[in-house]
Design a binder for this molecule. Structure first.
Ligand SMILES: Cc1cc2nc3c(=O)[nH]c(=O)nc-3n(C[C@H](O)[C@H](O)[C@H](O)COP(=O)(O)OP(=O)(O)OC[C@H]3O[C@@H](n4cnc5c(N)ncnc54)[C@H](O)[C@@H]3O)c2cc1C
Length: 427
């Protein structure tokens, strides 16, 4: 007999939302004060702002400035129940999810579990490469990079494994982290470690495709490449990384790179939950949904954000897996759930593409808003403004603004702390 999680009985219908990322948080916020009881379940007790993980990984920001406690966001929301738990399976025949704290029943279920790094099933790579899909992983990456420099100071001669940082994947994440690491190498690290010759530290992006930022226009890809090369990042296109044992990366052509730092930014896979029919799962481990975000084959189970696969006329191959899609779907679904109470018909979601952007470093970014393209310092300011405005909480906006401003004028940040968990012995 399964243990039942404690949630007070509802006088309203219950909406269970799995995941407090961009999509799940938006819908829970929009349903606040409505005639629904909302149960928001997440593995963590905070919402994470993933677009700035790379700045945590490179000692530019503290985790607390990009993570927001869920209980603070929902203070005084009497019909919203936060549960910090992992959802393990879905039982649609009895409208129940099994979680690490017991079973929870639902009237409507919203799956907003996002994605995880796709290591393409390679066990070595899973064990040894560093991902960046959670703030915990971003911190582990920060520790690892800083510890490497500490280790180098203890080596009599240069050990090649410390001289190469390999970034696999030339999408926005790969480009952003490579640019920031190159700036650290050029401006900060030589001051911190005067005994190390940082001209020998090689930062490379390896991508199997024909160009960086493949979801952007070729012109923007070229700009990003030029910006990165200007600050000393090596770009190797049409290059596959097949394996990595912690000390050597093996490439598609059999050649090798000696390195103990492989950052894996080469793809994502949906965080699906057992219980949803395989017939509803498509490429990328995503749930196929209709224009109302209803999961194919169900009538009271919805999926939003990265985990869902939704097509429309403009996006016949599915929407991009970005924050705006998740938020717009969350907003529309909240409206539709309220429509159901008012006995109104549901409205299809229409994704409005607000554009894409990536920053490469100080004064350098690429911004595309449909056919409008902008590069350089103006794009960089737009990138900063948009990210600042998207953050939850005034305090975090101010903290990050001060951090960025300080960093801009001093080229420095004093967050280079190696904060280890007890027994953290990884490399
Ligand atoms: C490094 C990085 C940089 C990015 N940069 C940008 C950018 O610049 N612009 C942009 O638009 N997008 C960017 N993205 C993509 C963007 O973050 C995602 O598209 C967005 O987070 C998707 O929102 P979501 O709600 O679908 O899922 P997420 O935000 O990933 O949230 C999923 C939530 O579900 C929880 N969860 C998962 N499984 C379970 C479970 N079984 N039980 C309980 N809880 C669970 C997780 O803890 C998490 O809180 C970036 C992503 C990364 C990783």
């Amino acid at each position: 007999m399964e243990f039942i999680a404690h949630i007070p009985p509802a006088k309203y219908k219950r909406v269970v939302v799995i995941g407090a990322g961009f999509g799940g948080l938006k819908i829970a916020q929009k349903l606040k004060g409505s005639d629904y009881q909302v149960v928001l379940i997440d593995k963590n007790n905070y919402h994470q702002f993933q677009p700035l993980f790379y700045q945590v990984a490179t000692s530019g920001l503290e985790p607390s400035s990009i993570c927001f406690p869920l209980r603070k966001i929902f203070q005084n929301a009497t019909q919203t129940y936060i549960r910090v738990a992992e959802v393990q399976s879905i039982h649609s025949e009895r409208n129940t999810v099994s979680t690490s704290i017991g079973a929870i029943t639902y009237d409507y279920l919203i799956i907003a579990t996002g994605c995880d790094t796709n290591f393409f099933g390679n066990k070595n790579v899973i064990e040894h490469a560093l991902g960046m899909k959670s703030v915990g992983e971003a911190l582990a990456l920060r520790n690892h990079i800083l510890q490497n420099f500490e280790n180098r100071t203890n080596d009599d001669e240069d050990n090649e494994k410390y001289l190469n940082i390999v970034i696999v994947g030339g999408g926005p994440t790969g480009v952003e982290i490579a640019g920031t690491l190159a700036e650290m190498r050029n401006h900060i690290l030589p001051k911190d470690y005067p005994e190390i010759d940082f001209t020998k530290l090689k930062i490379s992006i390896l991508d199997n495709g024909e160009r960086l930022l493949s979801s952007f226009s070729p012109r923007s890809s070229e700009k990003a490449k030029q910006y990165l090369e200007d600050i000393g990042v090596t770009i190797r296109l049409k290059t596959l990384v097949k394996d990595f044992d912690g000390n050597t990366a093996i490439l598609g052509d059999g050649s090798t790179i000696i390195s103990n730092t492989v950052i894996w930014a080469a793809g994502i896979t949906g965080n699906s939950i057992p219980g949803i029919s395989n017939n509803s799962i498509v490429r990328g481990n995503r749930y196929r949904v209709n224009e109302f975000n209803i999961v194919e084959g169900y009538n009271n189970i919805f999926a939003i954000g990265d985990i869902c696969y939704q097509v429309d006329k403009e996006f016949p191959d599915g929407h991009p897996q970005v924050a705006q899609v998740a938020m717009q779907q969350g907003r529309n679904l909240a409206k539709n759930l309220k429509n159901l109470i008012d006995k109104k018909t549901m409205e299809p979601v229409t994704y409005v593409d607000l554009g894409s952007m990536a920053t490469i470093g100080r004064n350098k970014a690429v911004v595309e808003i449909r056919s409008f393209k902008l590069y350089g310092i103006a794009a960089w300011f737009i990138w900063m403004f948009v990210h600042l405005m998207s953050l939850v909480g005034v305090k975090n906006k101010i903290l990050i603004f001060i951090n960025w401003f300080w960093n801009y004028i001093t080229y420095d940040q004093s967050l280079r702390l190696i904060i280890k968990q007890k027994n953290n012995t990884k490399r």
